[in-house]
Design a binder for this molecule. Structure first.
Ligand code: 5GP
Length: 200
């Protein structure tokens, strides 16, 4: 059986990358990684599904016990990817999506250079600000902070393999699905060639 492929999805807060990734919960061949965070749970979030919520001390002990594939500070909080489950899923032939910010994405790419990197962009900065205001999750100060972080993140977009401009949700989902399918097809082909060589 072929191993699953790893996909990293990043992009400024408010681009809708979470919404795009959540659409992949319905596909059996894809596992959407559940991160650990020290930030407070929002009302619409589900423990263990949206995130695993932990204290700063708990988070540090996960790092000390080598349980994290990567972690990063974003704003005032820590976010990180549990290591074992990602490896288990890949070994079981399941594709894995990590929806993580840029610093963490680059750390994963260093450790796992085969990861496919996808950057989600808003159609415009004005639309991004409007989306952050409309979703009403953050106070103005937090929104300004997220827009500032977005400016830094945009400068890293060139390090990614694919860019999706998230104008229409369904189109963006189709684009990401195609990136995943194309990668799987390519790797299946390569693995078949290797098998063919071994058998001759
Ligand atoms: P939010 O607070 O809006 O849920 O997430 C803030 C940022 O943290 C987003 O850019 C999100 O992609 C990123 N993030 C979520 N989980 C992780 C993770 O495990 N590692 C890293 N490096 N970033 C994450």
């Amino acid at each position: 059986m072929n191993k699953g492929n790893l996909f990293i999805v990043s992009g400024p807060s408010g681009t809708g990358k979470g919404t795009i990734c959540n659409e992949f919960l319905k596909f059996d061949d894809v596992y959407l990684s559940v991160s650990v965070t020290t930030r407070d749970k929002r009302n619409d979030e589900v423990e263990g599904v949206t995130y695993i919520y932990d204290s700063v001390d708990g988070f540090r002990s996960r790092i000390d016990n080598d349980m994290m594939l990567e972690w990063a500070q974003y704003g005032d909080n820590f976010y990180g990817t549990p290591k074992d489950i990602v490896q288990q899923k890949l070994n079981a032939g399941i594709n894995v999506i990590l929806e993580i910010e840029v610093q963490g994405a680059l750390k994963v790419k260093e450790k796992m250079p085969e990861a496919v990197m996808v950057f989600i962009l808003p159609p415009s900065m004005e639309i991004l600000r409007q989306r952050l205001i409309n979703r009403g999750r953050e106070e103005k100060e937090e929104i300004d902070k997220r827009i500032d972080i977005a400016m830094g993140e945009l400068k890293k977009a060139e390090l990614y393999d694919f860019i999706i401009v998230n104008d229409e949700l369904s189109e963006s989902v189709k684009s990401l699905r195609k990136i995943i399918d194309d990668r799987n097809k390519m790797m299946n082909f390569v693995n078949n060639l290797i098998e063919e060589y071994k058998n001759n």
